[in-house]
Ligand binder design. Structure first.
Ligand code: SAM
Ligand code: SF4
Length: 328
């Protein structure tokens, strides 16, 4: 049996060296076979329907200073916002109007009672627990690192899924792209706490981080399997000029290389994990505005997150230049 036949037959049937070897290959014939195999796995696992989750970027206020992110607290140039609850409710209504079964609230990381209570109320609003609005929507949260107590409160309020990217499974690389006060161990603890609490748990990485190697990426895929993730959200790293990492990035891989690598990572993640939800990230559209999202779906992804954030706020959710808004 060839490696691809083995990968098709059952999940986790590729070794680390095989994953790294495939990722490093520039053999176009091999890549055509890998993408076809990833599509075959999608069919086999009943993942051919593309699931929309309306993305509402509720706030760009963040207490952290990740070296790559345009809304890091140290970027004084970005005007800060928190969307008033009634306007988020209107976005939730828009998701219902479009027939989406789910919404996702994503924001900078804040740890406070006011923040916890705000998302409890929004979650109750979307799930219908707050009263009148129907039909109930599923809620995904992507609100960073929190205590177990806070994760539990949001779960009790009705949240079903949580997305917390590990960013890279390489501890040393993680330390290079975060300030000293950020801890890989805490991030990993949070991913595991979410899983333990019963969230449908998603994580993922950025692709094309300066200093990241093919072996790091192969290890990321193994990490997704080891942590038994339910969802994977990966996207290309895109340099933001107002961030410390952007200087290094200018000397690292080109955007088209990162786009190709992201599509390859999606296909290999599908081949390695089989029955998992994979997001075609918004950042794919930035690197290929015409077809990025569809190329992600073709490569093996099955979830899209159309942006529902009102433009007057979303234009300041400035993670990286060119972030797409409402192209659904
Ligand atoms: N604050 C929460 C957190 O960090 O988990 C959720 C929001 S954060 C903006 C969501 C994701 O954006 C991060 O996990 C990171 O992978 C991604 N991101 C931030 N800056 C980026 C950049 N310059 N290029 C690509 N992705 C980026
Ligand atoms: Fe804040 Fe998340 Fe950006 Fe880090 S990636 S600065 S936690 S919004």
């Amino acid at each position: 049996m060839t490696a691809l036949e083995r990968a098709l037959a059952a999940p986790k049937n590729l070794t680390f060296d095989e994953l790294a070897g495939m990722l490093a290959s520039e053999d176009e014939g091999l890549w055509r076979e890998i993408f076809a195999a990833a599509r075959e796995v999608k069919v086999k696992c009943g993942k051919t329907e593309t699931l929309p989750r309306g993305l509402i970027e509720t706030s760009n206020v963040c207490a952290k200073d990740c070296l790559y992110c345009g809304i890091r607290k140290g970027n004084a140039k970005v005007p800060r916002y928190l969307i008033p609850e009634e306007e988020v409710a209107a976005c939730i209504d828009e998701a219902r109007r479009r027939g989406y079964p789910a919404v996702a609230f994503q924001a900078g990381e804040i740890e406070s009672e006011a923040n916890t209570a705000y998302y409890e109320r929004l979650t109750a609003c979307a799930t219908g627990r707050a009263g009148s609005m129907t039909p109930p929507l599923e809620v995904t949260l992507s609100l960073g690192e929190q205590t177990e107590e806070v994760y539990r409160r949001w779960k009790d309020a009705g949240a079903m899924r949580y997305l917390l990217r590990i960013e890279t499974s390489n501890r040393e690389l993680y330390a290079k792209i975060h300030p000293a006060e950020c801890s890989f161990e805490r991030r990993l603890w949070c991913v595991r706490a979410l899983k333990r609490l019963g969230y449908v748990t998603g994580s993922g990485v950025m692709i094309g981080i300066p200093g990241q190697t093919i072996r790091d990426l192969a290890n990321d895929i193994v990490f997704f399997g080891d942590e038994r993730l339910d969802m994977v959200g990966m996207g290309p790293y895109i340099e933001h000029p107002e961030t410390p990492l952007s200087e290094l990035a200018r000397r690292s891989s080109e955007h088209d290389v990162r786009l190709d690598l992201t599509l390859r990572m999606i296909a290999l993640t599908r081949l390695y994990l089989h029955d998992v939800n994979i997001v075609a990230a918004t950042a794919l559209e930035v690197l290929d505005p015409e077809g990025g999202r569809n190329r992600g779906i073709e490569a093996g992804a099955n979830v899209i997150m159309p942006v529902l954030t009102p433009r007057k706020y979303g234009c300041n959710y400035d993670l990286y230049p060119g972030k797409a808004h409402d192209r659904s």
